[in-house]
Design a protein around this ligand. Structure first.
Ligand SMILES: *Cc1c(COP(=O)(O)O)cnc(C)c1O
Length: 403
């Protein structure tokens, strides 16, 4: 039925295939088809997914509350742990209130249409995550896309538009480029417009801190990184599935925003609640994050070591400022001598295969996920200096082989 479409994907080197692992661990080491790799593709930035205390907390909750939640949160799916985690998140993010969603994807596709409706205008960064794009598509608001991280383009567009409510939406850390949005500039823009307009909070600022939570601002996230206070016009979305090593997501905001979402966010209302054991794992992960600043410090050191090594080798890493480090073709020394007839997609796939042969796992990321194909490296606190040096050695060989 879909064989023509699939054939085209194969021809264009764009067919996606699933590559499941046999090993338990996610950060640092994985086993696929009996082969062990150093893993540079996991978002388990602090290596918490395998933390014994988190596993124990999940097991205890399973013994007490069973496994499946059985119903939506508004029926009988929630447990006292759900409410406890929401209190912890609100405190952690400095807001009145918080609400748990089943995943980051579910949070964005349900909260955005609930917050932005007919007569409203959404301003969205052109590189925002697919879940934001889909949330915008589901919203009845008008959508305006601004150039990536471009504050003057954004303010120009805002001036042109008239609507009830205006909402700026951005990733904090962009998941494929590893750069950070200009949050202070956007915050100031919103704060100034809100005071000029004299209608309180008609400019809203929605941030997706999926990659910032546990990574930026000593783990507290992007607002803490920029020392921005969580004003009522800010809505913070984040996930438990990346640096916190668990699963699920949250929105932290003023109480009336959260009460509105409980009533209007369809992915919250019409979906079974997360199992209590998953919530227990997230609670434990938050406790560990707050108790062990050494984890985020180790992540920062590993990132610096890797980034420096990669830039010394002459790779283009775009504007990466975080543990997400893209490496973009043409790869040096090809950068000087052209790319020998291979498309960037093919070059990237060959490059990834070379890494695999040398037991480094870092798959090629291709269109339509990104415009420019790339190897996306994600370094974690669980990597050792030897792991990073091994990757650098293999990268050096890879570009040496092409001379
Ligand atoms: C991963 C990610 C999501 C989706 O979160 P899940 O919990 O994996 O569904 C949303 N936004 C961004 C920016 C992400 O990177």
């Amino acid at each position: 039925m879909f064989s023509d479409g699939l054939k085209k994907l194969i021809n264009d080197n764009l067919l996606r295939v699933i590559c499941d692992r046999e090993s338990g661990s996610t950060a640092s080491r994985i086993i696929i088809d009996g082969e062990e790799y150093i893993n540079f593709s996991s978002n388990d930035y602090l290596g918490l997914a395998n933390h014994p205390l988190i596993i124990e907390a999940a097991k205890k909750a399973m013994d007490r509350y069973g496994f499946g939640a059985g119903a939506s949160r508004l029926l009988s799916g929630g447990t006292e742990l759900h409410g406890k985690l929401e209190k912890m998140i609100a405190e952690f993010k400095g807001t009145d209130s918080a609400l748990i969603f089943n995943s980051g994807y579910a949070a964005n596709i349900s909260a955005i249409p609930a917050i932005a409706g007919e007569g409203d205008i959404i301003f969205s960064d052109e590189l925002n995550h697919a879940s934001i794009v889909d949330g915008c598509r589901l919203s009845k608001a008008k959508k305006v896309i601004y150039s990536h991280g471009d504050i003057s383009h954004l303010s120009e567009l805002i001036k042109k538009e008239n609507g009830n409510r205006k909402i700026i939406i951005t990733d904090t850390i962009f998941s494929m480029d590893g750069d950070i949005a200009p949050l202070s500039d956007i915050y100031n823009l919103c704060a100034n417009l809100n005071s000029e307009l004299r209608t309180p909070n008609s400019m809203l600022f929605y941030i997706d801190d999926a990659h910032g939570t546990g990574v930026l601002g000593e783990g507290k996230g992007a607002l803490a990184h920029f020392k921005i206070k969580p004003d009522p016009f800010i809505i913070q979305m984040g996930t438990f599935s990346k640096a916190l090593g668990s699963y699920g997501a949250f929105i932290a905001a003023q109480k009336d925003v959260i009460d509105w979402l409980i009533n209007k966010a369809r992915g919250f209302i019409y979906s079974t609640a997360l199992p209590a054991c998953v919530i227990a794992a997230s609670i434990e992960a938050l406790k560990i994050l707050e108790r062990e600043p050494a984890l985020t410090e180790k992540l920062r050191q590993n990132r610096e070591r890797l980034l420096k090594g990669i830039r010394d080798l002459g790779f283009d890493t775009l504007n990466s400022e975080t543990p997400i480090i893209p490496i973009i073709p043409p790869y040096p020394p090809l950068a000087k001598g052209g790319r020998g007839g291979l498309s960037d997609v093919e070059t990237t796939i060959k490059f990834s295969e070379h890494l695999m042969k040398n037991h480094i796992y870092a798959p090629a990321i291709r269109p339509p996920t990104v415009k420019l194909p790339r190897i996306r490296l994600a370094v974690t606190a669980a990597h050792t200096e030897e792991d990073i040096d091994k990757l650098l050695k293999v990268l050096r060989q890879a570009i040496g082989n092409r001379r």
